[in-house]
Design a binder for this molecule. Structure first.
Ligand SMILES: *Cc1c(COP(=O)(O)O)cnc(C)c1O
Length: 385
């Protein structure tokens, strides 16, 4: 089976991890801060806080922005469940902004409309979490403008988008947001086995996220409510978590970061092959929004009304192509239905979901592999009866 995504690990990655194993620190050593400053530099952000997953990064980002029980958070229904769960972890209320039918990214028009209604009924969100699906940046200029107008904070879920850019600025620079989150799960652009990062240009948010990552503990005297008892002293000032990244993971992440451009270039090359070879078979190919250079985490094709998605998908799997679907709309998940969401609430997301198939895309996909995938797509495409 050719999977839809997989990691690329070379000898330098292995050596980097082994060197940590032989060192004094398996965790809380020098590699984590080095990974943080390196990512921050690559993304032109001031601060980066490494954690054990993007899920944790989203959680501490929400906490640092003060999301709590009486707050509302909005995100995209076309995302992994973690984009919404982070609000629920904080006891907040979650809601969704419907997507653009063609891109699967949150629709700026529908966002503005929802804001006007929310303003009228005094139900504005505290935080909005745009999701850069497939590595394509959302329309951050418009989202930022609208959020400024209504005094809303922004967390970019850029789990797919490390290595992408928007208006010639790296995603992660937080030019249009308060915090940006990356994932280093093995299917993502670079991996740390598991891992995540929260970037920001605000020192207070960075400090707060550092606290939440490690039990709500501080060793900075200026954050304590009394004088330090001595060099051993720390204070727990918040109820935090153990979301720390290990030095093993950070060493792998650092080594992978060296290959970021190579990975994104390889993915981009595969996209141009798909785009060319699938151009005239009557399906919709990924639509790249204006002003953005994608990291191409996913290559999502959309079938037309006359196609049978389920049958096509099954045929592709039978042909050894590990296709997938990104994503099942979050509001249709049983847990979300239990808290009040229903099918029909976000029709564009549901329409997008009914058509999509993610084709394999990862740096080591060979010419032979991609030819196999393209042939399989052509022979598997079936029509409704
Ligand atoms: C993968 C992913 C996450 C969660 O990432 P983890 O590092 O596995 O916690 C969150 N949001 C999106 C959009 C993702 O694709």
């Amino acid at each position: 089976m050719i999977p839809y995504g997989r990691q690329y690990i070379d000898a330098s990655d292995i050596e980097a991890v082994v060197r940590v194993l032989e060192s004094d620190f398996l965790t809380q050593g020098p590699k984590v801060p080095l990974f943080e400053t390196s990512i921050a530099q690559v993304c032109s952000a001031k601060y980066a806080v490494a954690v054990n997953s993007a899920t944790s990064a989203l959680h501490i980002a929400c906490r640092a922005l003060g999301v709590g029980k009486n707050d509302i958070v909005w995100t995209s229904p076309i995302s992994f469940v973690a984009s919404a769960n982070c609000a629920l972890y904080c006891g907040a209320t979650i809601d969704f902004i419907d997507v653009d039918k063609h891109t699967g990214l949150i629709s700026t028009e529908l966002f503005e409309k929802k804001l006007i209604e929310a303003y009228a009924s005094n139900k504005l969100p505290k935080v909005v979490i745009p999701v850069h699906l497939a590595g394509h940046s959302c329309d951050m200029v418009s989202i930022h403008r609208l959020c400024k107008k209504y005094d809303i904070k922004i967390i970019e879920d850029a789990s797919h988008a490390v290595g992408a850019s928007y208006k010639d600025t790296p995603v992660g620079s937080c030019t249009y947001s308060d915090i940006t989150v990356f994932s280093f799960h093995p299917v993502k652009i670079i991996t740390a086995a598991e891992g995540g990062m929260a970037l920001t240009n605000c020192i207070e948010l960075a400090n707060s996220m550092q606290q939440f990552r490690s039990h709500g503990i501080t060793r900075n005297e200026y954050e304590m409510d009394c004088e330090s008892h001595g060099p051993w002293y720390y204070q727990q000032v918040e109820l935090g978590f153990n979301y720390r990244m290990t030095d093993l993971q950070a060493a792998l992440g650092l080594s992978q970061l060296n290959k970021l451009k190579q990975f994104v270039d390889a993915r981009t090359k595969l996209v141009s092959i798909y785009n060319e070879k699938l151009a005239d078979i009557g399906i919709d190919l990924p639509l790249l929004p204006l002003n953005c250079q994608s990291s191409w985490h996913l290559y999502i094709i959309r079938l037309k009304d006359e196609h049978n998605r389920l049958d096509t998908f099954k045929k592709l799997r039978d042909n050894g192509i590990g296709v997938n679907v990104h994503y099942i709309p979050i509001h249709t998940q049983p847990y979300y239905q239990k808290i009040g969401f229903e099918w029909g609430m976000f029709p564009n997301a549901e329409d997008f979901y009914s058509r999509i198939i993610s084709l394999p895309i990862f740096p080591t996909l060979t010419q032979d592999n991609i030819d196999t995938v393209i042939r399989a797509v052509k022979t598997s495409l079936t029509f409704k009866a």
